[in-house]
Design a protein around this ligand. Structure first.
Ligand SMILES: [Zn+2]
Ligand SMILES: [Zn+2]
Length: 184
């Protein structure tokens, strides 16, 4: 990682996210580590890369900036574990690495220079890295939808096998009782 590249990603992440925080710095370090482990080059298009992101906080924005991966191409899987961790799965090689942030070190709340703080540590000192096995089902992969079924109750289409069969009828998950909203 050259200094120029690191700074470039940090500026872009800061602009996209809205502020400079440890999450941006760690997210960039984790993203670059994940790409490096899979022999992928930062800045290129990674069509076969799928990310399992275990947080919906700051870091997730930096991961997007450094990998170029977006939610809308089915290459981000959000796992609501509340953890500063991302698994990088390369569908081309079928290899995957989970990269997590260590609990320590952490800067003081009034730390003035976060960039300098994190620069004092190597990746090994701040990250936990494991090669892992991830089974990604066919209906969860990028590409055209495998299946499209209208819900018997609301009539809205349900893609990729997310429908639920109830008494011989296909329902969307909301109509099957999992709705997070109520119509006013
Ligand atoms: Zn932040
Ligand atoms: Zn429905």
């Amino acid at each position: 990682m050259t200094e120029v590249k690191w700074q470039d990603y940090l500026l872009r992440a800061q602009a996209f996210h809205g502020h400079l925080c440890s999450g941006q710095i760690l997210g960039i370090r984790m993203g670059l580590a994940g790409l490096r482990l899979l022999n992928l080059t930062p800045g290129e298009k990674h069509r076969d890369l799928v990310l399992f992101i275990e947080t919906d906080r700051c870091m997730a924005d930096a991961i997007h900036i450094v990998t170029g991966i977006t939610f809308g191409r089915r290459q981000i899987k959000w796992r609501d574990f509340g953890k500063a961790a991302v698994t990088f799965l390369d569908l081309a090689s079928d290899r995957a690495f989970r990269v997590a942030s260590r609990s320590e070190p952490r800067p003081a709340h009034d730390e003035k220079d976060l960039t300098a703080f994190w620069s004092r540590y190597t990746d090994e000192e701040i990250l936990i890295i494991h090669e892992v096995i991830v089974e990604l089902k066919l209906e969860d992969r990028p590409g055209r939808p495998l299946r499209r079924v209208p819900c018997s109750i609301c009539g809205e289409d349900v893609l990729d096998g997310r429908e639920v069969e109830v008494n011989g009828h296909y329902l969307c998950r909301a109509c099957a009782g999992e709705a997070y909203y109520r119509i006013k």
